[in-house]
Structure formats: structure tokens, C-alpha cells
Design a protein around this ligand. Structure first.
Ligand code: NAD
Ligand code: UFG
Length: 335
């Protein structure tokens, strides 16, 4: 079976390529490296000891997508390619609407032309906005607070309309909670070039003495210790969820959304303390003001994914913290 992976050099895409190759799928991938590095492709090959076809290009470019479909009989597509920084999307909304929407529509058009109708899409828990109750179930009301989130919501709507128009499509919308961690080898992981926006990459850079002090954004939330609570999920568990979603779309038509989270909420302080303990390292932090737009708490009810995809997260917070730090240690050693 051939699986086309867009954004395969990215954080979640690279881990998913590894799991697909390990599971015996043939992978074809495209990435324009706008937020990733070329050497990730070789690292995926080293980890799996398998080769796969890679195209450098942009998913907004219909010609290259058509060429990929002429040169390969793709059975299904997993679409990761897109921009993902919430803050940047507020400052540059057109950049986000152009890239995330154009790339998806172009890809779906080319799939339709080539009669490939099996699609797995990277959505986000951000589509639940500020949930009224927890844990979050898939049928909760959807809303967003930033252009990035709105692109995800619009695409979910496009996919539902597409299925309504032609019910031979088979579409899985995966709503990720907070992916952290890295592959055990330490060869692939999350490595932002700029100052990180997200908690774990920031902690890692402080522990590694690349940044001075972590700001904890508020300790007056309505949570166990006042700091924000999120559902952190190991990226390898998340990648395995895509294998289950691929099995689903290859076997049944439909269009459905699934939460990919653990169901456990951890506070910022719990994450920082666990990171220090399991890695035996200090992380300087101070409490600062809340970050605008942040919510108190967000965690999944993952039971629908268990029921329909037969998928459940296995790895705990200790492994997530250890593997996140191991990735930068390996990176530093190999420099
Ligand atoms: P990432 O930035 O590491 O990976 C995305 C990849 O897509 C990058 O390699 C980038 O170079 C590539 N890309 C972007 N636009 C492209 C285009 N037009 N053509 C070809 N390649 C393009 O991000 P990630 O964390 O791996 O996220 C993957 C997907 O999951 C994204 O759609 C993101 O919105 C979604 N998501 C991520 C998170 C998270 O916290 N990481 C949470 C929820 C949803
Ligand atoms: N936090 C800090 N200091 C930091 C960074 C984050 O205290 O330097 C706190 C935040 O206030 C929040 C928690 O750590 O309470 C997690 O913040 P992240 O930025 O890591 O993650 P978010 O939950 O804000 O958002 C992430 C992605 C979104 C995605 C969402 C749900 O950035 O794209 O998860 O999947 F939509």
C-alpha cells in the first residue's frame, strides 16, 4: 500500500513516516522545508533502515502534486503540511489562510482527479475553543480564537461537504491535543529555529542553557495548582494513531473526527517538576502574567478513538519528558 505523506519532514510527519515504514507501508512524501530540515529525510531512513520516495515541493503547486500521482499509485494521503504557530497567525492571517487552505484544496482536487479518496487530516484540539466542560468529546461545539484555528475549522467543514457530495470518500479528521516527546533514537524530534512558543521546546532549551528562564504564564487559573492544564501526548503514540486511521480509511467510507489525546491533564508546574526529576536537571522558571488567549484546562475524552480506531496512547509523562530532552542531547552530541 502506498501512503502519500505531506509535511513528512515535520515534527509529527517524520514520526508518522517511521511508524508507516515499520508497519510495512510504502511511503511517498512531499515537503517544502518551510519549517523543517532536509536531514530529517535521511534520519527517517536510518531509523527504519528503509528507503522511500521524497519530493521537495509545495502542496499549493498542482503540477508537482499531479506528477506525484502520475509517478505513484497512492492508496491514501495523510496531510500534515501547513503552518501551525498560533501567535504568528494572528499577526499574519493571510499567510495562514493562503498556505493552509490552498494546499488542502489543491491536494483534494488532485486526489479527486486521480480517484484517490482516502484522506487523513491533521486537525487540532484548538477547534474546541474554550470548552464549557471537561473532558472534551468530539461532539462538543466548535469555535476558534485565532486564524490558525480557523483554518482547521474551515478545512474540517470542507471535508464534511466533500463527503456529502460524494460518499465514496473516506476521511478521518484527527484532533491532536499537545504532542511532545521524540523518537527513542533521539534522531528526530521537535527543533524550532526561533524562540519556541510551546511549553516543552522552551523547557528543553532552558535545560540545555540555550535560554535563561522559563516564564510560566499565570498561576491563578482554576486548576489544581493555578497553572494551565493540558493533555500532553507522546508524538510516537500520536504517530501510531495515524496508522490506525489509515487502516480505517482504507477499509470504510465515511467522514469522522477523532480526539487523539491521553485523557490526562497535567499542569505546567507538574510538567516542569517531572522534567527536572526524570532528567536530573534544573529548569529556571518564574511566574509571569497570563498569555492572552490561553484557557485554564483542556484534555480529551479519547474513548471514541479507542472504540472506532482501536487506538489508545500508551506512553506516560515520564517518557515524554525523557525523550524530549534526549533529542536535544543527541543533537548537541552530533554537532
Ligand atoms: P511542522 O511544522 O513540524 O510540520 C509541518 C511540515 O509541513 C513542515 O515540515 C513544513 O516544512 C511543511 N509544510 C508547510 N507548508 C507546506 C506546503 N505548502 N507544502 C509542503 N510542505 C509544507 O508541524 P507539526 O507539529 O508536525 O504539525 C503537523 C500538522 O499537525 C500541522 O498541520 C499542524 O497544524 C497540526 N497540529 C500540530 C500540533 C502541534 O502541537 N504540533 C497540534 C495540533 C495540530
Ligand atoms: N506555557 C507557559 N510558558 C511557555 C509556554 C507555554 O507557561 O513558555 C503554558 C501555557 O500557558 C499553557 C501550557 O503551557 O498553559 C501549554 O502551552 P503550549 O503553548 O505548549 O500549548 P497550547 O495548549 O497553548 O497550544 C498547543 C498548540 C496549538 C494547538 C493546541 C491544542 O500550540 O497549536 O496545543 O492542540 F492548537
Amino acid at each position: 500500500m502506498n501512503i502519500l505523506v505531506t509535511g513528512g519532514a515535520g515534527y509529527i510527519g517524520s514520526h508518522t513516516c517511521v511508524e508507516l515504514l515499520n508497519a510495512g507501508y510504502d511511503v511517498i512524501s512531499i515537503d517544502n522545508f518551510s519549517n523543517s530540515k532536509r536531514d530529517v529525510i535521511d534520519k527517517i531512513k536510518i531509523i527504519t533502515n528503509k528507503d522511500f520516495k521524497f519530493y521537495e515541493g509545495d502542496c499549493r503547486d498542482k503540477d508537482i502534486l499531479s506528477r506525484i500521482f502520475i509517478e505513484n499509485k497512492n492508496d491514501a494521503v495523510i496531510h500534515f503540511a501547513g503552518y501551525k504557530a498560533v501567535g504568528e497567525s494572528v499577526k499574519e492571517p493571510l499567510k495562514y489562510y493562503r498556505n493552509n487552505l490552498d494546499s488542502t484544496i489543491t491536494l483534494l482536487e488532485v486526489m479527486k482527479e486521480n480517484n484517490c479518496k482516502n484522506f487523513v487530516f491533521s486537525s487540532s484540539a484548538t477547534v474546541y475553543g474554550k470548552p464549557k466542560t471537561l473532558p472534551i468529546k468530539e461532539d462538543f461545539p466548535l469555535s476558534t480564537t485565532n486564524p490558525y484555528g480557523t483554518t482547521k475549522l474551515i478545512i474540517e467543514g470542507i471535508l464534511r461537504d466533500l463527503y456529502k457530495s460524494d460518499n465514496t470518500w473516506s476521511i478521518a479528521i484527527l484532533r491532536y491535543f499537545n504532542p511532545i516527546g521524540a523518537h527513542k533514537s533521539g534522531l528526530i524530534g521537535e527543533n524550532p529555529n526561533d524562540i519556541p512558543n510551546n511549553l516543552m521546546p522552551y523547557i528543553v532549551k532552558v535545560a540545555n542553557n540555550e535560554l535563561g528562564t522559563l516564564s510560566i504564564f499565570g498561576n491563578d487559573y482554576d486548576t489544581k495548582d493555578g497553572t494551565g492544564v493540558r493533555d500532553y501526548i507522546h508524538v510516537v503514540d500520536l504517530a501510531k494513531g495515524h496508522i490506525k486511521a489509515i487502516e480505517k480509511v482504507l477499509n470504510e467510507t465515511g467522514c469522522d473526527a477523532y480526539n487523539l489525546g491521553t485523557g490526562n491533564g497535567y499542569s505546567v508546574l507538574e510538567i516542569v517538576n517531572t522534567f527536572m526529576k526524570v532528567n536530573n536537571v534544573d529548569v529556571n522558571y518564574r511566574i509571569t502574567d497570563r498569555r492572552p488567549g490561553d484557557i485554564d484546562a483542556c484534555y480529551a475524552d479519547p474513548s471514541y478513538a479507542k472504540e472506532k480506531l482501536n487506538w489508545k496512547a500508551e506512553l506516560g509523562i515520564d517518557e515524554m519528558c525523557k525523550d524530549s530532552y534526549n533529542f536535544v542531547k543527541v543533537l548537541r552530541k552530533n554537532k
